[in-house]
Each structure stands twice: as structure tokens, then as C-alpha cells.
Design a binder for this molecule. Structure first.
Ligand SMILES: [Zn+2]
Length: 120
């Protein structure tokens, strides 16, 4: 079951060197570390890498340590994160972040990577 409160975001704290904290309107608070966010990047490229059993980060050109260069809300739908290695195609849907937080594993809908909700 999907309620508005469950995926409606009250506040987001971006700590560029540490991670992202999301507070939902029902009071549920979730903290995600940089590395787990980067490795779970929902974009098509990272998804393809994971499907081949490869880590999407770091690449030989990735600056260390990992940090967030920029982050933006994508409507009411999710959070777009630009990383310090220039990677910025991943959009993290709020509902997927919430599921991830509650279940302890990244579970993105199959087609969430390129800026639109899953079309199923
Ligand atoms: Zn990606």
C-alpha cells in the first residue's frame, strides 16, 4: 500500500562529504551514506554495470574521496545527485529510498533511471 505521507518529504539534508538524510512528513527519518548511494545509482549505466556484476564506482578516473557536487529535487518524485566524478544521471525516487531504508537494500523499480517513474 502506498500512502502520500510515506513518500512525501518534509526535509532533506545533504552532507556532501558524508551522505543524505531524508525526513518524511510522517516523521520517518532515513540516512544514506555516500558510498551506498553511489553504488546503488539507479541510472541505466550503473544498472547495466551491476547487472554484469561490476561496481559502478569507482572508475579509474574517479576522484577520491567520493563526494556530492550538487543535488536537486526532481519535482515531488525524487532526488537527483551529481557526484564529484561528474556522474549525474541517477535520480533516486523517494519511494525507493523509503523502501530501501525500511528493508535495508536498494530496490529501485526497473525503469526508474532516466527521469521518469517506472512504466509498468
Ligand atoms: Zn549511475
Amino acid at each position: 500500500m502506498r500512502s502520500v505521507e510515506r513518500t512525501e518529504v518534509a526535509d532533506v539534508t545533504i552532507e556532501r562529504e558524508r551522505g543524505v538524510t531524508v525526513e518524511f512528513v510522517d516523521g520517518h527519518r532515513c540516512t544514506f551514506e555516500l558510498l551506498e548511494l553511489r553504488l546503488a545509482c539507479p541510472c541505466a549505466g550503473c544498472r547495466a554495470a551491476r547487472d554484469k556484476g561490476e561496481q559502478p564506482w569507482p572508475t579509474p578516473r574517479s576522484p577520491l574521496p567520493l563526494s556530492i557536487a550538487d543535488a536537486q529535487f526532481v519535482g515531488a518524485w525524487g532526488l537527483s545527485i551529481a557526484w564529484n566524478d561528474g556522474h549525474a544521471t541517477g535520480i533516486y525516487p523517494w519511494d525507493a529510498l523509503r523502501d530501501w531504508c525500511e528493508k535495508g537494500a536498494a530496490q529501485y523499480p526497473p525503469d526508474s533511471g532516466l527521469g521518469g517513474p517506472a512504466a509498468d
